[in-house]
Design a protein around this ligand. Sequence first.
Ligand SMILES: Cc1ncc(COP(=O)(O)O)c(C=O)c1O
Length: 457
Amino acid sequence: MAKRSSPARKQTGRKAKAPTRKASRAGASTALALSRGEKAVSRGLPPWPVVDDAVVRAVTKVLKTQPLNAVTGGIQERFEKQFSKYHGRRYAVMTNGGTSALQLALAACGIRAGDEVITTPYSWGASTGCILLRNAIPVFADIDTETLCLDPSKIEERITGRTKAILVVHIYGMPADMPAIQKVARQHELAVIEDCSQAAGAKCRGKLVGAWSDAGAFSLQASKNLVAGEGGIVVLNSRDAYERALLAGVHPVRMKAEIRNHELQRYIDSLGPNFRPHPLAAAMASSQLGRLAGWVREKNRSFAHLFRRVGHILEPHGAEYIRQHKGTVHGYHMASLKVVHPELREIPRRLIARALAAEGMPVGGYVGTPIPLRTRFADLRFHGRGCPWTCRHAKRLPDYAAGRWPVVEEICREGEIILHGNHYVYDTKLMDQYAAAIEKLVANLGDLRTRAERADR
Ligand SMILES: Cc1ncc(COP(=O)(O)O)c(C=O)c1O
């Protein structure tokens, strides 16, 4: 990962400008919305997901012309082909959600009961839940402060003789450092799985996320970068992995049609879960895929505009990563903001988030409690009766005690400042209003300090 540079230089490589006198004056004369001042943000976000005539036509066509219970072929197969080709992979399996796509990814990589999978403590729960659902054991490594994804330098110390895979999450759409993670995986002969649920369209060194690993799983849920309403998809490059994924969740008719491996053929039946997607979901996602790259481009333009204005105050995790590794494209499912302004650092992050939200920015938290510090891990309660940790194949119980993931624990303790919402339309007026909200925050540090002191008492 890139070396840290001074915060003021991070965005552009040049010294960042201080707020203009005009902006400072305007901020100073305006009270925070928290203190009954006028809100800085009056503009709203454009509606998401996009449901325009093209989507309605695509969905209606499928509704009128195709069976709604197709188990092979049809729009689902077309979308799988489209999506795998888009990622330069040979295979894809669409599912009814990102959670089920992750389960197919683990099955594809041959993860079995008692196997250890190293993953991030900073994510949506499903990226760990999919490990537990396979009766495997999650082991957590800390995250990188710049990307908020798994820190490649923290993985090795967590590897044991039971480790089988590394499960990476490109959180908020920011790609993890995949070349460094791949290097560790190769050295220890581990599979790599990518959870790209928040990162469709993001790129690491010019290559789309999902195409870096043995299995790349995506959620197509309504808030994500590519939408089916509810849905998911996994991309794969090896025939073996593809057939194992099929065995883990498609209809037996499709298994019979596609599984060639004689060993796997013996297990074709209807005992497995039904992870099949709705064809209308496939129609929606398929009709939008051609627009994904454009939406991601516009999000990057929008945030570049915002960070040009306020990069010296709040900045995105990963800005340095983008600068250092040419070709990295943030997917901006959300934007994670880090406080670097020296004076702002004195103010609790929770209060900053509250103040920005009051100004009208869609700011809030996300992860809340690091995954290993949640009650299920303290109580070893998932399947019941201590399973999977008490399974005879699980040879040891990882340490899930607080203090082992200082970066994540600090972020969650101090409060997250996450900008939610899909900024897929390049709207400089909206970004200028966000910038005004942030400038106003800096101009009202006294007010915030008093509030913080009062809360302390
Ligand atoms: C990182 C991550 N992984 C997995 C999922 C699960 O996806 P789904 O809700 O489609 O099952 C999500 C959904 O929010 C996610 O953000």
